[in-house]
Design a protein around this ligand. Sequence first.
Ligand code: NAD
Length: 277
Amino acid sequence: ATVPTITLNNGIEIPQLGFGVYQVKPEETAQAVQTALEVGYRHIDTAEMYGNEAGVGEGIRNSGIPREEVFVTSKLNNGFHAHDDALRAFDGTLEALQFDHVDLFLIHWPLPGIDVDFVETWKAMEEIYASGRAKSIGVSNFSAHHLRKLHGETQVIPAVNQIEVHPYLAQDELRAFNAQHQIATEAWSPIAQGKVLDDPAILRVAQRVGKTPAQVTLRWHVQRGDIVFPKSVTRSRIEENFAIFDFELSEDDLREITALDRNERTGPDPDTFNYIP
Ligand code: NAD
């Protein structure tokens, strides 16, 4: 079974399942990306903050798969929100990847407490988009009120909002807000970095449908319409996480998983996180 695509608000298609490389060591990244591409993934999610963009570019080149067949996302690091810094950081991302464009470039965090307003940052993102070197632009970790501010003061609507979503943090309100504004939701830490995999309800659904806990959790995201990119450096898990398009969860299965929501983050709260490396 092939990976479905989601059409973004500018007409560009993104594979609904990708491969995330947060916490993949720089020296292991090229190999991990090559393995994912061999398994069939055609979408890689990296960030300048992860320190492994060079490995992502290398892994894609080593795979022999044409650049245009792989969807590549990277993100602006927190220290570079000022207009000129953002343009320079984006040049650095392309330089590290050794590509002439990325498919999607995101503001990694809104950083509401720093002295640069993310509206200024978004205006730099709009220039990058206009240059054609990012085929789409979006945001990450934006709340509804951050998005409303952008809507009020800028032109281009973000193609995606990449936020933490998993069964312990279902995010139904923010996902609905994104959808109302033609912003696709990308769910980061889709298996809560492994924390949901031994949950009794997840195990029950997994047993019922004859799939693994990771597979039913990822399938739950896909049936809700979100874009996911689980991370692993282990080939068997990279394969397992890819094999989610040959079965379906029932409405009851979906409800049982959504009922686990307890508003529990594994990562920082975007309204108070102002960390600059
Ligand atoms: P994840 O939910 O994908 O979990 C990854 C961990 O779960 C792995 O380290 C591995 O130990 C385990 N795992 C993976 N597959 C498994 C399987 N089949 N069975 C058992 N265990 C398994 O967590 P993540 O890496 O934090 O999130 C995925 C991606 O989301 C990242 O790589 C990154 O691309 C993105 N992300 C973005 C942000 C952001 O602020 N925008 C933050 C965190 C992550």
